[in-house]
Design a binder for this molecule. Structure first.
Ligand SMILES: *Cc1c(COP(=O)(O)O)cnc(C)c1O
Length: 393
């Protein structure tokens, strides 16, 4: 009996993308380290080289292990095509370089990931691309800037570190009205909680280093969407060379088997941690899209299936000194720059997402000195809450 129902996200996390590469009865995708792939039949080689037949030729272009990873993400995002890069920034810079030329204009938000923000303010202007960064939650301003015309609309939701939410469907519509390519960084939400392509985006990308891999042991980036667009990003990346390593692809692929399980747990625990912190007398403010007190909770509820594992909070005593004494007291949290792993991870923006900014610049961006970013792990939530409680005491 065949089952024609499409599989759910948890099933896809485990099975998707692997079939073509399970060799000689292996139940796991192998790490193919070979740099090249040989052909005795010249006509076959030619057909593969011309893209008329599937196959691999050279490791900078494609690789079986890397392809299995791309396929898993593609199916989880419900996309036509996917391609990858060595890091999240590798895929972001490839995508922006693919679609922007001198004289073009890109509209984005002020709260994009720090590295992305650097591309916008430091590198794209050198190539005579006009960059317009809007207040992240001012939808009217963003729409007004889009209406002036742009080639690319680049969004991220939730954002880093104050987990702001933008209405992706509404802005994608505005982008398409002027013919822009709409790109969304979905790293914080993961495909388990949000599928931007279903909300109208043309391309969705991830730093696979974070939740997709989930174990903080491999760097990677991936982009999915319409075939015609993904092929262009692939072409840029294959020539510019920021290729994902097969060993990293294997680690990401293996990590993703538990993506759905992990993220569901992280959604639940983050909500409980956020509620605990919100009621704590030493806490000034908690930012989490699942809280009713969140500025755009209603939009989050509409476009997300879960609110994610990321939250941030402000201590009552708004100083870096308060952060300095609080963080080392946490037993179950790495104080580190990354996020999205099985372990809980904490860090202030001053040393993580906004390390390049001065105190004054952070203040201007609305990032208080006592803000702490909290990436909820998969520990038992009772232990996480007890740990926060004793550290705040
Ligand atoms: C970490 C991160 C990136 C960059 O990814 P790397 O893998 O570190 O290059 C991009 N966007 C978001 C939202 C991130 O958290």
């Amino acid at each position: 009996m065949t089952n024609n129902n499409p599989p759910h996200q948890g099933t896809l996390s485990v099975w998707a993308g692997e079939d073509d590469y399970l060799l000689q009865g292996a139940t796991q995708v192998p790490v193919v380290h070979s740099v090249s792939f040989g052909y005795n039949d010249m006509d076959h080689w030619l057909r593969v080289a011309l893209g008329q037949e599937p196959g691999h030729i050279y490791g900078r272009n494609t690789n079986p292990t890397v392809h299995a990873f791309e396929e898993k993400v593609r199916l989880l995002e419900g996309a036509e095509a996917a391609t990858s890069a060595s890091t999240g920034m590798g895929i972001i810079s490839s995508a922006l370089s693919t679609f922007l030329s001198p004289g073009d204009r890109v509209v984005s938000i002020k709260d994009t990931y720090g590295g992305t923000n650097k591309i916008f303010i430091e590198f794209l202007p050198r190539f005579k691309v006009d960059v317009q960064l809007c207040d992240t939650t001012d939808h009217e301003q963003i729409e007004a800037e889009i209406a002036k015309g742009c080639q690319v609309l680049y969004l991220e939701s939730p954002t880093n570190p104050t987990v702001k939410i933008t209405d992706l469907a509404r802005l994608a519509k505005a982008g398409h009205a002027v013919g822009a390519i709409v790109i969304v960084d979905n790293t914080f939400a993961t495909p388990i909680n949000q599928n931007p392509l279903q909300l109208g985006a043309d391309l969705v990308l991830h730093s696979a280093t974070k939740f997709l891999g989930g174990h903080a042991d491999a760097l990677g980036g991936v982009i999915c969407g319409k075939k015609e667009l993904v092929e262009q990003v692939y072409h840029y990346r294959e020539i510019n060379g920021a290729t994902l390593h097969p060993m990293a692809a294997y680690l990401l692929l293996r990590g993703m088997k538990t993506l759905s399980l992990r993220v569901k747990q992280q959604n639940q625990s983050a909500m409980q941690v956020a509620q605990f912190l919100e009621s704590h007398p030493r806490i000034e403010r908690v930012f989490y899209p699942g809280l009713e007190s969140h500025e755009n909770h209603a939009i989050a509820r509409q476009q997300m299936r879960g609110f994610g594992g990321m939250l941030s909070f402000m201590l009552k005593e708004n100083s870096f000194e308060a952060v300095r004494s609080f963080l080392p007291r946490l037993r179950y949290a790495h104080a580190a720059a990354n996020l999205g792993a099985v372990e809980t991870i904490v860090g202030p923006p001053a040393t993580t997402s906004h390390v390049e900014c001065t105190r004054e610049e952070r203040a201007a961006m609305g990032i208080p000195e006592s803000l702490i970013r909290y990436s909820t792990g998969i520990e038992d939530v009772e232990d996480l809450i007890a740990d926060l409680d004793q550290a705040l005491d």
